[in-house]
Ligand binder design. Structure first.
Ligand code: NAD
Ligand code: HSE
Ligand code: NA
Length: 428
């Protein structure tokens, strides 16, 4: 009989329990495909006496995940506790130091400590795999590191936080304000323990930073991600955007330009009938663009027990089969330090403003745009009862500098009431 691959699972929550279920229910299939049995030898979690819907009686128990990582009968630490530091990082470091491979779903840990951990893995001759950390069950890390390895990657885009996409699409379908849908998502258990990780765009920003590293051969640079969450997206803009043929998504975009690595995660408009525009509920979508392949669109479940455990097991199977890829797709020492740049590519913008309803008001706005070099593509003013008139403008492509110039100009017109909303329109 060939040597089994022995897993130690640290963390038995949603994902950990899902992994145990797959190992138990698909034992034959895993052994056939990898040519060796894949078994669990030991587990660890905060509370031992909890019914997780799985039988753990055959496995050794460790209260301390670091002790689990060091066990002689563990070949691979499967880290599913979460948290950027603390026990997750300590157990990962211990496993590598003891010559064990690591599979993790922990985007926060890798976004902040990915380079150091990748270097530690290489020094130890071990691997760290993290398919579950980015867009859950969608095999996007595999697509980038393996399938597209022969391409220069030109752009990576994606909706990678299911909770935010659920909130935005439900606001639109039910016509509900942000606060109401946020409470609904909370009641459904969708939100992370710290909800700002989701709605503040941080979780999605972590994922984008990890993809950028692989795509552009740079050290993970989460600090370089320009972040804006969905807290300020209003039902008014969702409705008006829909009226103009767009939908609002929390969209990540990363590209390498002559100025440096541009990474941003922010609410953007996308055409309603584009692949990203049709994405409903908690589903994720990642768009990869390579110089030879063109555009590749991946869509699927970005979270949940089954999909996330599926991604973890894909990594485990790589290790069982002897496939040993470097953490970020190339030797860690060769990853360049990213020179981060403010996203500068020109794009059309959606502008919404309230105008004083008097002669010449619209002309003043048009003049400001003209003086900033911004050309109007479409414009709409709605029938209104209030003393101010709601005006929507879709511009032709323009730069952020020109837009900043125009914003300052609007304030000086004396006819624009309050701060106009400006959202980038991403062409997909
Ligand atoms: N739930 C998802 O859909 C999903 C999707 C993608 C990635 N992830 C990532 O997977 C990881 C796990 O997520 P989850 O949803 O399963 O979390 P969870 O809260 O359901 O489970 C966490 C588990 O880790 C254990 N744990 C936490 N701290 C511990 C400690 N100090 N010592 C021992 N055990 C400890 C807990 O007891 C629990 O069993 C996180 O990194 C998360 O970001 C989750
Ligand atoms: N909170 C994340 C979980 C998966 O990483 C989401 O909503 O997508
Ligand atoms: Na994935």
């Amino acid at each position: 009989m060939t040597t089994p691959l022995r897993l130690g699972i640290a963390g038995l929550g949603t994902v950990g329990a899902g992994v145990v279920k797959i190992v138990q229910s698909h034992a034959n299939l895993l052994a056939q495909r990898s040519g060796r049995p894949v078994v669990i030898t030991a587990v660890s979690a905060r509370t031992r006496a909890r019914d997780r819907g799985v039988d753990l009686s055959a496995y050794a128990w460790e209260d301390d995940p670091v002790a689990l990582a060091r066990r002689e009968d563990v070949d691979v630490l499967v880290e599913l506790m979460g948290g950027s530091d603390g026990p997750a990082k300590a157990a990962t470091e211990a496993a590598l130091a003891e010559g064990k491979d690591v599979v993790t779903a922990n985007k926060a840990m890798l976004a902040l400590h990915g380079q150091a951990l990748a270097e530690a893995a290489e020094q130890a001759g071990r691997v760290i795999r993290f398919e579950a950390a980015v867009a859950g069950g969608i095999p996007v890390i595999k697509a980038l590191t393996e399938g597209l390895a022969g391409n220069r990657i030109e752009r990576v885009m994606g909706v990678m936080n299911g909770t935010c996409n659920y909130i935005l699409t439900r606001m639109e379908s039910e016509g509900l304000p942000y606060e109401t849908v946020f409470e609904e998502a909370n009641a459904l258990g969708y939100l992370e323990a710290d909800p700002t990780l989701d709605v503040g765009g941080i979780d999605a920003g972590h994922k984008l930073a990890l993809l950028s590293s692989i795509a552009f051969g740079t050290r993970v640079d989460f600090d370089g991600v320009e972040l804006e969450g969905i807290e300020r997206v209003s039902i008014v803009d969702i409705r008006h955007a829909a009226d103009m043929g767009f939908r609002i998504k929390l969209l990540g975009v990363a590209q390498m330009t002559g100025r440096g690595l541009e990474q941003r995660m922010s609410p953007c408009l996308v055409p309603a009938h584009s692949p990203l525009g049709t994405l409903e509920g908690p589903t994720n979508m990642v768009v990869l663009e390579g110089d030879s392949v063109g555009q590749v669109v991946l869509r699927g479940a970005g979270a949940g027990e089954g999909p996330t455990a599926s991604a973890v097991m894909g990594d485990v199977m790589d290790i069982a089969r002897g496939c040993r890829l470097p953490t970020f797709g190339q030797p860690a020492a060769g990853l360049a330090t990213a020179r981060s740049a403010r996203a500068s590519a020109a794009a059309p913008y959606y502008l919404r403003m309230e105008l004083e309803d008097r002669p010449g008001a619209l002309a003043k706005v048009a003049t400001v745009l003209g003086e900033a070099g911004i050309s109007i593509d479409r414009m709409r003013q709605y029938r209104h009862k209030d003393p101010t008139a709601p005006v929507l403008i879709v511009t032709h492509k323009t730069t952020r500098d020109a837009l900043d110039h125009a914003r300052a100009g609007f304030a000086a017109t004396g006819v624009v009431v309050g701060e106009p909303v400006a959202l980038r329109i991403e062409q997909v």
